[in-house]
Ligand binder design. Structure first.
Ligand code: GAF
Length: 397
């Protein structure tokens, strides 16, 4: 028997009460409120958001919390339960590429909102993150969105900032201040998710449709395996994929690869003179189609079809998009060999997490098989979590 490491999501009310107490001890007065936002997994539709594609993410029960109070001066005092020091500064200290680390996600949102005309006072903020870090589960988007919903309640009249305004500010914070050229899926699902639904996100116009997580009712669960191979989006690989698909679109004379229909793919591939661009393009066009297949499968509660789409997605990300690493491939292969109906990497890749569609009563067995395969392969112990589609960003207190 291998000892399994599970990261369960703590009760919202418990985290909220503890964070409010910590804020009061640290700041010397109670917070105005506590807000939180979830991390996510993407069921399918990977590396297509920045190509105007379709993706199908869902919110995790694991959330990041922000206790916040405005101040009467313009000072920002930003603290985190996961960091030793407090960052002090003003919005004039925030800009392209600064400050770094987790502070970028908090200060960056305040900076982006001010940049868009919202008057931002000084603030005391204490963050408490319960989304595993560096696991490809969008812990950074969870910080951004928790701060954004707090600011909406605190400084703007409720109608002044729409969900889309908040999402746009979070994306701007991540792209400009944190310097990660991500596509917006993570912030969208953190703000717009619905409990027990996955979110069909059309990245052409960022419109959304809720799709019922029907297979949950027939006894299927998403098991997440965090390989603990660290994943970073600020390194050059993600930006390179983004550039290469933009240049494929340009070579094909379209605004985004979304405009290439599946039956036009053979002709489009014939018009590209680089093998790498052909494979990147094939991934994007076929992955968007797999999202449509997955939505039909969920509408029909068809586990087999959903699982097959997940398996094909992983193969495409491994062979054509080249964003998997051996630990991700091993976790997927082992999950499938031990009974999962489907499995694939989720998120940006280059490390991070895998999701497996597993019968409720088989989650332990599949997790054990993966942990054993990692140990046999000389890899460090993975961590597991369960991902019932959960609630969006909101106020806790
Ligand atoms: C990361 C990015 F932040 C998203 O925008 C998306 O591109 C994803 O990788 C890949 O689908 O999570």
């Amino acid at each position: 028997m291998t000892t399994l490491e599970w990261a369960s999501a703590p009760e919202r009310a418990v985290v909220t009460a503890a964070l409010a107490e910590r804020f009061e001890r640290q700041v010397g007065r109670p917070p105005h409120g506590v807000w939180s936002a979830p991390g996510r997994v993407n069921l399918i539709g990977e590396h297509v958001d920045y190509n105007g594609g379709l993706c199908l993410p869902l919110a995790l029960p694991h959330r990041t919390y922000a206790a916040v109070s405005p101040r009467s001066d313009d000072l920002l005092r930003l603290a985190s339960c996961q960091a030793d020091s407090v960052w002090e500064g003003t919005l004039d200290d925030v800009g392209e590429g600064r400050p770094g680390g987790w502070v970028a996600y908090v200060a960056g949102v305040l900076w982006a909102l001010r940049h868009n005309g919202i008057v931002i006072p000084g603030m005391d903020v204490v963050i408490d993150g319960h989304v595993p870090l560096g696991s490809g589960l969008s812990s950074s988007a969870a910080i951004e969105c928790a701060v954004a919903v707090a600011v909406r309640d605190l400084v703007a009249t409720p109608t002044a900032l729409s969900d889309r305004d908040l999402i746009a500010a979070c994306i701007e914070a991540e792209n400009v201040v944190a310097g990660a050229s991500t596509g917006g899926m993570d912030q969208s699902v953190s703000v717009l998710a619905q409990d027990r639904y996955v979110l069909l996100l059309d990245c052409l116009d960022f419109s959304t449709t809720n799709v019922a997580w029907s297979v949950g009712d027939s006894g299927w669960t998403l098991l997440v395996c965090d390989t603990r191979v660290p994943h970073a989006l600020v390194d050059g690989q993600y930006a390179e994929r983004r550039r290469s698909t933009a240049s494929a679109a340009e070579a094909l004379g379209v605004g985004t690869l979304r405009e290439i229909a599946p039956d036009e793919l053979p002709d489009a591939l014939g018009r590209l003179d680089s093998d790498v661009l052909r494979r990147r393009t094939r991934h994007v066009v076929t992955e968007i189609e797999r999202v449509r297949t997955a939505v039909r499968a969920l509408d029909a509660s068809d586990v087999t079809a959903l699982g097959a789409a997940m398996v094909a997605s992983h193969a495409s990300l491994r062979d054509d998009y080249e964003v998997t690493v051996p630990a991700l491939d091993l976790a997927v292969e082992t999950a499938l060999a031990s009974g999962a109906a489907g499995a694939r990497m989720t998120g940006g890749g280059f490390g991070g997490s895998v999701i497996a569609l597993v019968r409720d009563d088989a989650t332990e067995g599949v997790a054990e098989a993966i942990a054993r395969a990692f140990s046999d392969g000389g890899l460090g112990a993975p961590q597991f979590l369960l991902a019932p589609p959960s609630a969006p960003a909101g106020r806790d207190r």
